[in-house]
Write a protein that binds this ligand. Structure first.
Ligand code: AVI
Length: 319
């Protein structure tokens, strides 16, 4: 990207952040979209979270991909072109490509070119002969894949990490529908989804002893101060992770420690003591609910794998 284009993209991003913050913080229940958690520092903190002892999803999913690898490869068959939505650091793609039979291409999809690069180069390094074609697109919107990768039998969508859990159920259905259209007919989707379990395990996973998740959550206020000209006092807020049993999701909040006013884009936002900003929901699924969600999104279950403790699930869906 040229310098001028990069500056335009950064300005557009800041404008969208300000608009979302003004809308979310003026609502009766204050909220901020979780996508804004991921600036460079947020992405670094999230990677640190994935290595925490309390945060079981990443290592459990990796273990399923490894231990059920032969069964997953058998179910998928040879010649798949893997299309990964939001590839992160590319580690899970490397694990999947390691077990698949003769994959023909890897197409990571993300809105941020700099993030795509990390995944693309990790995969290219691990599989030197494999065509790697990054696709710059916002997968929360409809997008087109150029043709079918040469030699591929079908596109295999890959959406690991239980990122689907960060969508509200209706957004998850909309994502599944769009993914089906983008991947084209005959496609399959390998989907990672975290499962409902003991609330104490869930709350610890989102409120670790070392305070990394707290730093990840509070970093959102630091970002608003830097990019949206806000004046949040970071000591005035505390991280909270709570299991919402009715909606079967872990919610992250930032709790105001005292009454306070914050300036943001020329407006004053008032907080009562104890009032919260809801910054993320992480939905956990029971297999039946996940099946229903997949069907509403136009997919049906071909297979499902889990770990011995039943913490996490990996689904193969067909369109
Ligand atoms: C990216 N996403 C699936 C993570 C999750 O578990 O919901 C984000 C996260 N938030 C706090 N810890 C991890």
């Amino acid at each position: 990207m040229s310098g001028a284009l990069a500056r335009d993209a950064a300005a557009a991003q800041r404008a969208a952040l300000v608009a979302d913050a003004l809308a979310g913080l003026s609502a009766p229940r204050k909220t901020l979209p979780c996508k804004w958690l991921y600036d460079a520092e947020g992405a670094r903190l999230f990677e640190a979270i994935t290595r925490l002892p309390e945060y079981y999803p990443t290592r459990t999913e990796m273990r399923i991909l490894e231990e059920s690898g032969p069964a997953i490869a058998e179910a998928i068959g040879p010649g798949a072109a893997v299309v990964e939505f939001g590839p992160g650091d590319g580690l899970k793609a490397v694990q999947l490509l390691r077990v698949l039979q003769a994959p023909v291409a890897y197409l990571p999809v993300d809105i941020a070119p700099e993030w795509l690069e990390a995944a693309a180069s990790r995969v290219a390094e691990a599989f030197p002969g494999l065509p790697v074609r990054p696709v710059v697109a916002d997968f929360t919107q409809p997008f087109a894949l150029a043709g079918r990768a040469e030699g591929s039998t079908t596109h295999l969508g890959f959406f690991p990490g239980s990122t689907i859990g960060n969508f509200a159920p209706e957004e998850a259905v909309a994502f599944l529908r769009r993914a089906r259209l983008s991947l084209k007919s005959g496609a399959r989707l390998l989907l990672g989804a975290d499962l409902v379990k003991d609330p104490a395990v869930l709350e610890a996973a989102y409120d670790d002893a070392a305070g990394v998740t707290a730093a990840f959550n509070l970093n959102l206020l630091r970002r608003l101060n830097r990019e949206a000209g806000a004046d949040f006092d970071l000591d005035g807020f505390r991280h909270q992770a709570v299991w919402n049993a009715g909606l079967e999701r872990v919610e992250m909040h930032l709790v105001a420690q005292r009454p306070q006013s914050v300036r943001l884009a020329g407006r004053t936002i008032r907080f009562a003591a104890g009032e919260t900003i809801h910054t993320e929901s992480s939905h956990k699924y029971r297999p039946d609910r996940l099946r229903t969600l997949a069907e509403a999104g136009g997919w049906r279950e071909a297979a499902m794998w889990t770990d011995p403790a039943g913490l996490f699930s990996v689904w193969l869906l067909e369109g």
